[in-house]
Design a binder for this molecule. Structure first.
Ligand code: HEM
Ligand code: HEM
Length: 212
């Protein structure tokens, strides 16, 4: 059976010169929104919830694309494989990493970790806001007046599901911090890999035309 590992041995294998528009749009949309929500806006504000919903939509689109998109964007092109990831890191440390037809196996693990954390941060966000859409937030005079969901959350904490909401709040913050940690590791990985491969990994995620 043909797997990405057996394909590695084929010198004709090259990673995408340019990721397709859906991968690029979802990547940069998610990256900017996550950084904004984690570091720049106020947790629970209308902007925060709106960006959170945008992230949910982009994540769903990307997951559908993992089945319907072009070959290199499909889940089957970068299966989670910890042993292959270790092998790749060993090759990288030895200064001779190989090309892969999609994300390299270490990058693939990072991608799945990102998606899991994004799902966790959005689900816990939905629990805290009882699934209210940004439109409902805008309609809610109290939330708009304070520009903040915190007051509503404090109110509802007196209700029956206070325990669940509190757990969601704690988990939301931990997941957001883990996302920032993963992002730092991810940017370092992209830089390291680009250096070792003597080509930019960033260019195909931007506008293409990487040096070969
Ligand atoms: C997309 C990624 C997201 C990130 C990185 C993120 C990050 C954060 C962080 C760091 C906080 C704590 C802020 C603080 O204590 O000042 C927070 C609070 C909050 N977030 Fe998010 N968030 C995201 C998505 C969402 C979504 C999708 C929703 C709702 C649908 C949401 C609703 C809230 C609410 C209501 C709070 C306030 C909690 C409180 O008052 O204690 N967030 N978020
Ligand atoms: C919180 C911020 C970020 C998140 C959540 C994130 C997430 C991701 C995800 C999920 C992928 C896989 C793309 C896909 O298949 O759909 C990816 C790939 C990639 N990201 Fe990010 N990213 C972030 C920030 C950045 C930044 C700041 C850079 C710029 C250096 C960057 C550069 C890349 C590159 C070059 C790839 C492709 C790697 C490869 O060739 O395999 N990312 N990122």
């Amino acid at each position: 059976m043909s797997t990405p590992q057996t394909l590695d041995a084929d010198p004709s294998i090259t990673p995408p010169r340019l990721w397709d528009p859906v991968v690029r749009l979802t990547h940069w949309g998610i990256a900017v929104s996550v950084l904004f929500n984690a570091a720049l806006d106020e947790g629970g504000s209308l902007t925060h919830v709106s960006l959170g919903w945008l992230v949910m939509a982009l994540l769903l689109l990307r997951l559908v694309w993992g089945v319907l998109g072009p070959t290199e964007a499909r889940f089957s092109a970068f299966p989670p494989n910890p042993l292959a990831a270790l092998r790749h890191l060993r090759d990288l440390a030895g200064g001779h990493p190989r090309d892969y037809p999609s994300h390299n196996p270490a990058g693939a693990l990072m991608v799945y970790a990102f998606w899991a954390m994004l799902a966790l941060v959005t689900v816990t966000g939905l629990i805290m806001t009882s699934g209210a859409t940004p439109m409902q937030v805008a309609d809610d005079k109290a939330a708009v007046a304070s520009g903040d969901w915190s007051a509503l959350i404090k109110e509802s904490e007196a209700e029956d599901d206070a325990g669940l909401r509190h757990l969601a709040e704690e988990t939301h913050e931990v997941a957001a911090n883990l996302l920032l940690f993963l992002a730092a590791l991810h940017v370092a990985g992209v830089a390291l890999e680009s250096r070792a491969m003597r080509r930019s990994l960033l260019a195909p995620m931007l506008l293409g035309s990487r040096r070969k």
